[in-house]
Design a protein around this ligand. Structure first.
Ligand code: NAP
Length: 247
């Protein structure tokens, strides 16, 4: 039976690229999405065409019960062996001296609380301390965690720094229980997230200033994520991998 991987925010962008690569590598895929059902179901059809089982579950990672339901759906597909905590949101450009508490809370609810709850459900299934068979968790952070995103979205950057620390601590917590935990930190990647944060020109504007001279693709991030999921990365845990073109 194929191993199962659950990918949050797997319907578009980086998550969708991970779904495509994981399906090609023989993983059964459970992906979550928040609202765009048609795109999610189209991706499921393509994954199935690659010869694996695939399922899309509507789940807002900021809602604990949604995350629990998504994992329950994945359980029905077979033994879980991988989890990618990818779902994340950016917010409109703003300086800290204009931010409302509600805005910051909304970012943290998805990017931090959502990631922690996703990890909790993952560990409850993968850890040998919970009678699991081990597995791999990959957290999707951002280069913003070390750059700080001044004048743009320092709150988002801070949320991703929390994701880095979550990965570092959780990796040590479960290293003796068969679970590897790693973090990827993409730089500027060509996806819809920039438009959803009110900056549709961000890739065109910042891409050329990246040391390698361009923005990255979702597939370039997915390649690293699927390697970290695989047994090829068997001695890799607690790592934070920048995929940022030298930025
Ligand atoms: P994207 O293209 O906007 O796709 C976001 C995905 O997450 C979609 O599948 C979306 O579902 C889902 N989603 C959004 N909010 C959600 C929520 N509250 N609960 C569950 N799912 C939710 O984003 P992306 O660029 O691929 O970003 C993916 C991750 O990479 C994020 O964590 C982001 O912070 C990180 N990242 C991105 C970049 C970049 O430049 N693109 C750089 C660094 C880090 P729907 O389709 O239903 O809306």
């Amino acid at each position: 039976m194929n191993p199962v991987v659950l990918i949050t925010g797997g319907s578009r962008g980086i998550g969708a690229a991970v779904v495509t690569r994981a399906a090609a590598a023989g993983w059964n895929v459970c992906l979550t999405y928040r609202g765009d059902e048609a795109t999610a179901h189209d991706l499921v059809a393509r994954a199935r065409a690659a010869g694996v089982d695939a399922l899309a579950v509507r789940a807002d990672v900021a809602v604990e019960a949604d995350v629990e339901a998504a994992f329950a759906a994945a359980d029905a597909m077979g033994p879980l062996a991988g989890v990618v905590a990818n779902a994340g949101v950016v917010v409109p450009k703003a300086r800290v001296d204009t931010m409302t508490a509600q805005r910051v809370a909304d970012v943290l609810a998805v990017n931090v609380v959502g990631a922690v709850v996703t990890c909790r459900e993952a560990v409850r299934r993968l850890s040998t301390a919970h009678r699991g068979a081990g597995g791999s968790i990959v957290l999707v952070s951002s280069a913003a965690a070390r750059l700080g995103a001044p004048g743009e979205y320092v709150d988002y950057a801070a949320s991703k720094a929390a994701v880095d620390t979550l990965g570092t601590g959780l990796a040590k917590e479960v290293a003796g229980e068969g679970v590897r935990v790693n973090v990827v930190r993409p730089g500027i990647i060509d996806t819809d997230i920039h438009a959803s944060g009110g900056q549709p020109d961000r890739v065109a504007r910042i891409g050329p200033a990246v040391p390698v001279g361009r923005a990255g693709t979702a597939d370039e991030v997915a390649a690293a994520v699927t390697w970290l999921l695989s047994d090829e990365a068997s001695y890799c845990t607690g790592s934070v991998l920048d995929i940022a073109g030298g930025r």
